[in-house]
Design a protein around this ligand. Sequence first.
Ligand code: FE
Length: 185
Amino acid sequence: MSIRDEVMRLFRLQGESAYHGEAVSQAEHALQAAQLAEEQGAADSLVVAALLHDVGHLVQGLAEDIADRGIDGRHEDAGAAWLARRFGPEVIEPVRLHVAAKRFLCATEPAYRAALSPASERSLQLQGGPFNDQEVAEFASNPFAHDAVQLRRWDDTAKVPGLAVPGLTHYLERVESASLEGAKR
Ligand code: FE
């Protein structure tokens, strides 16, 4: 299956599912995040990362036994694993780090944490809470830390019920050219 078909299939099968605890669907959330990235002039690879940052939820939603009710499903790792077979590090790494970026921001920006939605504050606890000083330093030294923090801010904003944004087809060209199959052409 081509990468376009794979992404369209995931959005078709799982896109209408609720974005945990928020008033938007997974597809609305993904499309709003991608739109924010595009609006702010992000590189194509980071727009694609924003679009697919919660692909772990879509993939896990398809899996028959989701063992982890009430514990953190580590969707960032599931997403990164799915992306790793299809994209390069500039797409994979910001996605892998987007939960770490939240823990980083909660440790370094009190206003950031204060503005978290109730669902996001609840999941923060499951995700391990704000980083300690050593974790903050480690995160900051990662070459993809900046991209991950940007992605995180779009993630937090992409929760507006009923917002009109471009659809999935708007991004498929960039999905394809960012993909490994695109890189080979
Ligand atoms: Fe998200």
